[in-house]
Design a protein around this ligand. Structure first.
Ligand SMILES: C[S@@+](CC[C@H](N)C(=O)[O-])C[C@H]1O[C@@H](n2cnc3c(N)ncnc32)[C@H](O)[C@@H]1O
Length: 374
């Protein structure tokens, strides 16, 4: 299969590495995505185990089109709709990209939908229901200057939603972005891990689930199970394998999250319990200045407020200064990674970074900054 993994901007390299580890071939980096080839077993494995993609798309056709009419005709001819889209199958159309005369994604989606339901009426005299939430089939059309790429989406819901986070604190990180950030630190569960401003606990939950090799897709419903060529035996085999490779009983070094807001600290605890990780992650409802670190040195990660969605600039300057003081006075020898979404605030740490990796957090241009604390 030709496939695409849609990724958080800045995570293309990490996403490609993850796909290669899971057996993908011909991995090619693109902007915000990675193209790859996979056999069916590998495609299933990636759905079950990949932590970084938002979406996994199976490419089924490419055709040239440059206006609404050629899109309408092209989509009808592009695929074996007689087998894949009988009127009993509900569907949804998602659109990305644009071209000169197809530059409004909502209109493009309607045009694709019209082409398909008109075709269905011609063949069967009736049409499918459009279901935006729980369709049987989710079609993805990507437009560029050469034409359209038609894909099937393996899941109706974005894969970053793992299901463990009913409570979201304020300005939470998306789970897949948090997983990629942890991956970039190189933490491999060999040293303590602390998030002094942990909010809903996403960085810690993703770090620990990855260390336990938990497969995020094990309990998720996937649309690929509705595809006419779905191989149930192979799916069950890959599922069993993914389950057997988890090491849920593994002991880990101390992992601590600190959150000063009692309500958010409680939500973090609830999220950790719903992810089944309460044995391994401790939440302290404290200001970080009162947090005691272990004598064994480790890794500190954090995503402080940037003053864009939360926090007032003056308060945040003193928060960053105090964080810098805390790190220099208490965490000598530790490694620190900060997700900075406001370049006017990070200088208040009064520390010199050794790496800055551009990433995007929900549209905010950020830097994942590494500091070696002396
Ligand atoms: C941007 S949010 C972190 C979001 C988190 N990464 C997540 O995914 O949910 C920053 C968090 O720091 C907390 N915070 C702010 N000042 C703090 C302090 N002095 N000590 C501990 N927590 C603090 C806020 O209450 C907020 O929940």
């Amino acid at each position: 299969m030709q496939a695409i993994a849609v990724l958080p901007p800045g995570m293309e390299d990490q996403g490609a590495k993850e796909l290669l580890t899971l057996g993908a071939k011909s991995v090619r980096l693109r902007q915000r995505s990675v193209a790859f080839e996979a056999d069916t077993a590998c495609f299933y494995r990636i759905h079950l185990k990949a932590r970084l993609p938002f979406r996994l798309l199976r490419e089924v056709a490419r055709f040239s089109c440059d206006d609404p009419e050629s899109l309408y005709i092209g989509i009808q001819k592009a695929f074996d709709w007689r087998h894949w889209l009988p009127p009993s199958t509900s569907f949804r159309v998602d659109v990305s990209g644009s071209s000169k005369h197809l530059n409004h994604s909502h209109f493009t989606a309607l045009q694709v939908k019209n082409a398909l339901v008109d075709l269905q009426r011609d063949i069967w005299g009736k049409r499918s229901v459009i279901d935006l939430e729980q369709p049987h089939l989710c079609l993805h059309v990507h437009l560029n200057s050469q034409g359209a790429v038609l894909s099937l989406d393996g899941s109706a819901e974005s894969l970053h939603k793992r299901g463990y986070r009913p409570a979201m604190g304020v300005a939470p990180l998306k789970e897949n972005l948090a997983a990629g950030l942890i991956e970039m630190t190189g933490w491999d569960a060999d040293m303590p891990l602390v998030d002094p401003l942990c909010g809903s606990g996403t960085l810690l939950i993703e770090a620990v689930s990855s260390a336990l090799r938990m497969a995020p897709g094990l309990n998720r419903p996937f649309l690929l199970m509705n595809w006419i060529d779905f191989d149930e035996n192979l799916w069950m085999k890959e599922k069993q394998l993914a389950k057997s490779l988890q090491c849920l009983g593994r002991d880990l070094p101390l992992i601590i999250g600190c959150e000063h807001d009692p309500l958010i600290a409680k939500q973090a605890q609830e999220n950790i319990c719903s992810a089944g990780l309460e044995r391994l992650i401790q939440i302290k409802n404290l200001h970080f200045r009162d947090l005691l670190l272990t004598p064994q040195r480790g890794l500190i990660v954090c995503n402080p407020p940037y003053g864009k969605r939360i926090g007032l600039p003056e308060e945040l300057k003193s928060l960053y200064s105090e964080l810098g003081e805390f790190l220099k006075s208490r965490a000598s020898g530790w490694q620190f990674w900060l997700l900075s979404g406001n370049r006017d605030l990070s200088p208040f740490l009064r520390m010199k970074s050794s790496r800055k990796i551009p990433v995007s957090n929900g549209g905010i241009d950020c830097r994942w900054m590494q500091y070696l604390i002396r």
